[in-house]
Design a binder for this molecule. Structure first.
Ligand code: ATP
Length: 477
């Protein structure tokens, strides 16, 4: 009978166990090395210590010895091996792009007996693992979608309009174009004022598109459309980890996205006072601090702001910071409402009808004299946007090549009989302001920009002339 010595049996077991363990480690490594499309090992400084032949070939290296001793990123730019040695955490499954080829990889830290990280190994599982194929396909599809979305975003950030797209030949429109051309030559802040639908965004894009910044992004933010609580993050961005959920990774603010280009701030009058203070600081310092970040980012952004409300009145009411107002009101351009530029109505209609025909692939419509009279009688509170919509509806509802009064009858809202002055008339103040603006800028142009001479041409005192220039926001020209 063999004697039973428990101490000896347990010693043998542990010797066997550690041998099996060592063997398992070795054979598993060998097997992975053989099965995989590539294997690599780095030291604790993420320098390559070993690459197998297959990986060297896949990476286009002259030999497996060539990369030894070099930083891993020199061989594989997107490698995360350094992250693994630095954190000691494995990345068990990942897709790494090498050139245009996605590689399915796994990375594990290597530790010494004391548990200290001494390096890392990585294996390229590639497409040997059949089950990963759908995942790779999904990844590729998402990559393509992302690339497409980025392309679309870049296209959106290119200006769609030039100054030629701002239609009209009336003195007020020519004056707007002249000021816009000047604004394009300078880099100062522009303030566009005008009722809704008068082409403020169109003009902002046109100024950007004619400026030195035209190859950089044009980014538009409608302040009124962003919930107040999100405005700060929208402008200044968030640092990674500042929030949980979707913003966990951090997000660039619009001031950063527009870096080098132009940021169009529509409805600036709706900006809360605390955000106004931050925006002012950002414009003065030309730097921003994303929420939750402890560092500032330098930015170089031109601001074009727009408003349909009287900012001066908001300043008087304490709802708009005067310092920000003065900072924005460097070059002011006032866009006339449609009811004040009725001579341009026909050209605007033709432009919109051309655009509709080009988009829908149908023949170009035109408008009869009677049709034009009907349109002229309307007050156009929605201005050019309303006119464009009216053309869209008439073109959709009527089969006529020549759109007549009849075609617009059902579309235009009825005017209240005798309740208001004829809708086509501007108010007295509007007409006076337009007259003064046109007269003063025509005199200035005739005097080669010299205010004293322009005042003389108009038979006005110099002081009065300057006062009117300032009132109309023309003083900077
Ligand atoms: N002078 C113009 N010539 C041609 N199209 C114009 C003109 N003015 C405005 N439009 C067109 O009218 C529509 C409204 O213009 P836009 O959005 O630029 O106005 P807005 O003043 O920014 O309006 P809101 O204040 O409501 O944001 C756009 O489709 C624009 O292309």
């Amino acid at each position: 009978m063999p004697s039973h010595d428990p101490t000896k049996a347990s010693e043998e077991f542990f010797q066997d166990a550690s041998a099996i363990h060592r063997r398992a480690m070795q054979s598993l490594f060998d097997r992975l090395d053989r099965l995989c499309e590539g294997a690599i090992a780095v030291d604790r400084h993420a320098r390559v210590v070993w690459v197998n032949e297959k990986y060297a070939t896949l990476l286009g290296l002259p030999s497996a010895e060539a990369p030894v001793g070099r930083d891993v990123e020199e061989i594989i730019p997107n490698s995360l091996m350094r992250q693994v040695v630095q954190t000691g955490q494995p990345i068990l499954l990942d897709i790494m792009e090498f050139g245009s080829q996605p590689l399915v990889v796994t990375r594990m830290p290597l530790e010494d007996e004391a548990g200290r990280v001494i390096g890392a190994v990585g294996f390229v599982l590639y497409d040997r693992i059949h089950a990963l194929k759908p995942m790779v396909a999904k990844f590729m599809q998402l990559q393509n979608e992302l690339a497409e979305a980025r392309r679309r975003l870049a296209a959106e950030r290119r200006p769609r309009y030039s100054l030629a797209d701002y239609i009209g030949n009336s003195p007020a429109v020519l004056e707007v174009k002249r000021l816009a051309r000047r604004a394009a030559q300078q880099d100062a802040t522009v303030l566009l004022t005008g009722e809704t639908g008068t082409g403020k965004e169109l003009l902002a894009q046109a100024i950007h598109g004619s400026s030195l910044r035209k190859d950089k992004p044009f980014v538009a933010v409608n302040v009124a459309a962003v919930p107040e609580a999100l405005l700060e993050a929208e402008f200044f961005g968030t640092a990674p980890g500042a929030y949980t959920g979707a913003d966990r990774k951090g997000r660039d603010g619009k001031l950063k996205v527009a870096d080098g280009g132009t940021l169009f701030l529509d409805e600036i009058g709706d900006m809360p006072l605390d955000v106004q203070a931050k925006l002012l600081r950002a414009l003065q310092e030309q730097e921003i601090e994303p929420l939750g970040a402890n560092k500032v980012i330098r930015i170089d952004v031109r601001i074009i702001a727009a408003t349909h409300v009287d900012l001066e009145r908001l300043v008087e009411q304490g709802r708009f910071r005067p310092d920000l107002y003065y900072r924005l009101d460097v070059l002011r351009i006032e866009l006339p409402p449609l009811r004040l530029i009725k001579p341009d109505l026909e050209a605007l209609c033709e432009t919109f009808l051309d655009q509709i025909a080009a988009r829908t692939g149908t023949a170009v419509r035109s408008i009869s004299p009677g049709g034009l009279v009907a349109l002229s009688g309307h007050h156009w509170p929605g201005n050019m946007r309303e006119l464009r919509n009216t053309m869209e509806r008439a073109a959709a509802l009527s089969d006529n090549q020549l759109l007549t009064e009849e075609d617009f009858r059902g579309i235009l809202p009825k005017q209240a009989d005798g309740a208001a002055p004829p809708a086509s008339l501007p108010s007295y103040d509007e007409a006076l302001a337009l007259f003064e603006r046109t007269t003063l800028s025509t005199a200035l142009a005739a005097a080669g920009g010299k205010a004293a001479e322009a005042a003389k041409l108009l038979g006005m005192s110099r002081a009065n002339f300057y006062k009117k220039l300032a009132k109309l926001g023309l003083s900077q020209y």
